[in-house]
Write a protein of this length. Structure first.
Length: 279
């Protein structure tokens, strides 16, 4: 009996030591899966970017990816000391591609909703944008005027669908794979408006300024970089890089290059960057 009691005592002591050791490890270290180290060992950062959403992401005449998301992905990869490899994603494919490991992160126009956070994780917002309608020039600029029988186009899997339904529950939504298709439907008279983020809408308006116009803003939309669920290694690393690029002014230069103006938002907080980031 004494031997059994001694053995039990040793087990309890060992359990206590293991418990203390676990609590001594920082929470972020426990959650990490080494994804950044894996990318470095691979030599490339697999970046999901849009090819249908200028100026965030599109393709040039040679079929090469271009846009703010592409430049930002390249900057993040450079900070990690590796090369970027860009993978085209859409509203529908971005989540499965990330979950399957085909990309390490997605830099697009993804809003971090509560429902989406059940499946993936997000960085801090890296852009704040508005949601609008592209309409025919001279048409109403109010969302309320686009109830049925009028039709509103947008893309499959886009958060714009939820935003419109919240404010116009009976909206007749026509869903397309990509935004150029949705805008073409408006230009051809098949729909009456296109629900889209302002940043991308401006790019489409520049191509057809005589026919297209922009509605009033009806939602302020944060976009975040998407990483795999529980991948705190990649999430924390990218958060730090975003703020470092902001502190150095490199982020603002990239933003102005693609959007034509300085950001009208702040990174992390309107008061300062996250404590620990060099200002």
């Amino acid at each position: 009996m004494q031997a059994i009691r001694n053995f039990k005592g040793k087990l309890l002591a060992l359990a206590a030591v293991l418990s203390l050791a676990a609590t001594a490890v920082p929470a972020h270290a426990q959650a990490t899966d080494g994804s950044v180290a894996k990318a470095k060992a691979r030599g490339t950062l697999l970046v999901g970017v849009r090819n249908d959403f200028p100026p965030i992401g599109s393709v040039d005449g040679s079929g090469n990816p271009v846009g703010f998301g592409v430049d930002l992905g390249a900057a993040i990869a450079k900070e990690l000391g590796i090369k970027p490899e860009f993978v085209a994603v859409t509203s529908r494919t971005r989540f499965p591609l990330l979950q399957q490991g085909a990309i390490d992160l997605e830099i697009g126009v993804t809003t971090p909703t509560v429902e989406r956070e059940k499946a993936v994780d997000f960085t801090i917002p890296y852009i704040w944008d508005a949601v609008d309608l592209i309409v025919e020039k001279g048409a109403s600029v109010k969302l309320a005027d686009y109830a049925p029988p009028r039709k509103i186009a947008t893309t499959q899997g886009s958060f714009v669908v939820d935003v419109i339904k919240q404010q116009l529950p009976n909206a007749d939504l026509q869903l397309f794979q990509e935004f150029p298709e949705a805008v073409a439907a408006l230009q051809n008279g098949r729909v009456d408006a296109v629900g889209i983020n302002r940043a991308s809408a401006v790019a489409f308006l520049k191509r057809d300024p005589d026919k297209l116009a922009l509605s009033e803003d009806f939602f302020k939309d944060p976009w975040a970089i998407m990483v795999r669920k529980n991948d705190s290694d990649m999430r924390v690393t990218v958060n730090n890089i975003l703020q470092k690029l902001w502190a150095e002014g490199a982020y603002q230069e990239m933003y102005k290059k693609h959007f034509g103006a300085e950001p009208d938002f702040y990174m992390w907080s309107p008061y300062r960057l996250q404590p620990g980031i060099e200002q």
